[in-house]
Design a protein around this ligand. Structure first.
Ligand SMILES: C[S@@+](CC[C@H](N)C(=O)[O-])C[C@H]1O[C@@H](n2cnc3c(N)ncnc32)[C@H](O)[C@@H]1O
Length: 220
């Protein structure tokens, strides 16, 4: 198939979502891209600037174990490892995991395929720092409360969770995937033993700018 006829990630997602398969499209997108990262809409070949800006802040954790949820092609995990975290990155897509390993052959990051909803039991309460960026917004709203419970479970006592997502006000329409999150949805993290530490609500530097929520939580 020529590139001109390749379905876009949004089209692939739409097909799966229509068929009631909200998780299968990720592997389909990565495997059909055949190594061409221009076909992965969220792959920038650089760490997320919203993450980097946060890590530059004095209060950001500086070391320990880190878990990157839905790590994609690995740029954020590599950034965490570069800064000294002992980093694990997981993704539901085997192709994304293989692609990350191929991109960063000498990496100290442990790239592994796993489904957030069936993650290894030994990850429970194990990580000093958990990063979730842009995965929740790619999951249909009906899966989010379960996803939030699973993400929260990874945070160790004394640990920190950073969530970066598109944001919307309650009265704004849900729109299309990626579906922005509301403050009310994010407040579910507080029901799983975490407490909100900071809440950044801002327009980012993309063109056009995107409404972002960047939220940190701690576990006592
Ligand atoms: C929108 S992408 C964002 C990727 C990466 N965090 C980034 O910002 O570049 C969402 C990622 O989450 C992964 N993902 C989706 N559902 C998942 C699940 N249930 N368990 C693990 N990973 C999942 C997808 O394969 C995809 O790589």
């Amino acid at each position: 198939m020529s590139d001109a006829h390749r379905p876009t990630a949004r089209e692939i997602a739409h097909e799966h979502l229509e068929a009631g398969d909200p998780l299968g499209w990720f592997e389909d997108v990565y495997s059909r891209a055949g190594g061409d990262d221009s076909l992965i809409p969220w792959a920038d070949q650089a760490p997320n600037p919203n993450l980097v800006a946060w890590l530059e802040q004095a209060a950001a954790p500086a070391s320990g174990s880190a878990l990157n949820v839905g790590g994609g092609l690995g740029d954020d995990a590599e950034e965490l490892a570069r800064r000294g975290f002992v980093t694990t990155a997981f993704d539901i897509s085997e192709s994304a995991v293989a692609w990350s390993r191929a991109r960063f052959p000498g990496s100290t990051v442990e790239y592994t395929a796993a489904d957030l909803f069936h993650a290894p039991a030994e990850w429970r309460g194990r990580f000093d720092f958990v990063l979730e960026s842009y995965t929740l917004q790619a999951l249909p709203p009906g899966l989010r409360s379960d996803a939030i419970r699973c993400i929260a479970s990874f945070v160790a006592p004394g640990g920190t969770l950073l969530v970066i997502a598109r944001g919307r006000e309650e009265e704004e329409p849900e729109g299309q995937m990626p579906w922005p999150l509301t403050r009310r949805e994010l407040s579910l993290f507080d029901t799983h033993g975490l407490h909100q530490l900071t809440f950044d609500d801002y327009m980012d530097d993309e063109d056009p700018p995107v409404h972002r929520f960047r939220v940190t939580y701690g576990r006592a």
